[in-house]
Design a protein around this ligand. Structure first.
Ligand code: NDP
Ligand code: PHD
Length: 442
């Protein structure tokens, strides 16, 4: 099999020196035996540089040009078979809770590690959700994460540990399956969209370019990633502000991140109780980098090649400081922004713009998109994780304390549910958007 190369995230993962959380994923061995794998042309491409993108056939060029031009919407499907990779984990359990009640997606396969494979789901999963295990999955036998076990699925959602996600997701893509992943492994790949569905679903238009890297080109297979949970929470209000007031020039963000972000069992109780840990490995770099790819948009060269512009046309500087706190779910983030626009908007104008933000995912009819994306609190002591993390069933974002910043322009506090809009809910809305746009054939 030809070598497969990707620009997987080279940063260390978010395990703190005191926690037993995840480690980095760097190896990319060949796909599992028995899986027919189209060859993937290795090309290293600077994401900021259109001219360095790969050459593509004229057919591919016209395919995604027409896709972009028409913006066509496909009718909602009756039922689409889906699988979940990493189904037993923190994110996997949230996927299952949401998918069991989904109007289109029907769970057909659940994958986890060899430790869980062969067990019934109720025996394999250490269920930590507030609602019972959905009846439709209780007795489903968990399988290993191999494409042949997911035959018949059109979409797989991945909540895999980043140590294994790279190799497994690569194999599923090569087997022509649509993969919507939470893991960090492919976020830096210049052909993989990094999508926060309430911000930049238009980046799906790079998928034909991703498929064209394979010989023969993939017909249905691709990888879409969603962002780091802290990135997701704060880029939603940032996108709302850029939409209303134009480019943001600088952002300072300090996070107070919940322990569920470190998976299960995650950070030892003796480290986190009565404590704050001012370090989450790799997290600050991810926030600083991912924000640029998400908010930067896509640019098209004369030949029709697409590339992420990394906010290069309107440079944005981000400084992140990340902390782990003794909260179970819900990441709080204190954000200060400077706008390019002078004079900058007032706090009241910012409140109004945030509250009025309506993403394309809602307008298009994605069933899991929050009916109201951002709630703006007037109370001086909100948002709070315990009170606000289930706003819009965890799909919405809460903002409060919008006020003037003496150093930049405006500062405010964001609260987002890291396991819902920060993870599983985002993947599901991404998939809904892809279905409605015909990127996934129902
Ligand atoms: N928790 C959060 O808030 C967020 C998490 N993420 C990302 O989502 C992913 C999942 O996170 P989370 O749910 O917290 O992690 P968990 O540790 O809770 O779950 C990891 C899952 O991966 C499976 N797994 C582990 N090893 C293997 C293997 N060798 N083969 C197949 N499956 C394996 C586990 O199965 P088993 O039970 O059998 O071991 C489990 O289902 C990670 O990449 C994480 O970085 C992203 C955003 C937010
Ligand atoms: N790092 C996040 C969760 C996470 O898994 O992020 P990522 O998907 O970027 O590795 C947290 O600790 O809260």
């Amino acid at each position: 099999m030809p070598g497969m190369k990707s620009s997987a995230d080279p940063t260390p993962n978010h395990s703190s020196s005191t926690s037993a959380s995840r480690s980095a994923s760097s190896s990319r061995p060949d796909s599992p035996q028995g899986v027919p794998v189209p060859s993937y042309s290795p090309r290293t491409i600077l994401i900021t540089d259109d001219a360095s993108a790969p050459h593509r056939s004229p057919q591919i060029a016209s395919k995604f040009h027409s896709h972009q031009r028409t913006g066509m919407q496909h009718p909602p499907p009756a039922s689409i078979p889906v699988g979940v990779l990493g189904a037993t984990g923190t994110v996997g359990q949230r996927f299952i809770t949401l998918l069991a009640a989904h109007p289109w997606f029907v769970i057909k396969a659940l994958g986890a590690s060899p430790r869980s494979a062969g067990k019934r789901y109720r025996e394999a999963a250490n269920w930590k959700q507030a609602t019972p295990i959905p009846g439709v999955v209780r007795d489903v036998v968990v399988v290993e994460c191999r494409p042949k076990e997911f035959e018949g699925c059109k979409i797989v959602f991945s909540g895999l540990d980043a140590d294994v996600a790279g190799e497994i997701e690569e194999a599923f893509r090569a087997a022509d399956l649509a993969v919507f992943s939470n893991a960090k492994n492919f976020r830096r790949d210049p052909h993989v969209p990094l999508i926060v569905p309430l911000v930049n679903p238009s980046h799906l238009s790079i998928i034909p370019q991703q498929q064209s890297l394979f010989t023969p080109p993939l017909k249905r297979g691709f990888i879409v990633t969603n962002a780091n949970c802290s990135t997701t929470g704060y880029v939603i209000p940032l996108a709302a502000l850029e939409k209303a007031f134009g480019p943001i020039e600088a952002v300072m963000v300090t996070t107070l991140q919940a322990i569920s972000g470190a998976g299960y069992p995650g950070v030892p109780s003796l480290d986190i109780l009565d404590n704050v840990i001012p370090y989450i490995g790799g997290e600050e770099e991810k926030m600083e980098w991912e924000t640029l790819k998400i908010l930067g948009g896509l640019s098209t060269s004369d030949t029709g090649l697409l590339a992420f512009d990394m906010h290069a046309k309107q440079p944005l500087r981000v400084s992140a400081s990340c902390n782990r706190v003794a909260v179970i779910d819900g990441h709080t983030e204190c954000v200060s922004v400077r706008f390019a626009k002078r004079p900058p908007p007032s706090p009241q104008q910012v409140r109004e713009a945030l509250g009025a933000y309506t993403p394309d995912a809602l307008a298009l009819g994605c069933p899991s998109a929050p009916r109201h994306t951002i709630v703006v609190h007037e109370e001086p002591d909100r948002p709070q994780p315990r009170l606000d993390r289930y706003y819009q069933d965890g799909a919405g974002v809460s903002v409060g304390r919008v006020r003037q910043c003496a150093v930049l322009d405006i500062k405010f506090v964001v609260l987002a549910n890291n396991v819902s809009i920060g993870a599983a809910t985002s993947s599901i809305i991404n998939a809904e958007f892809a279905v409605l746009k015909g990127v996934v054939q129902a």
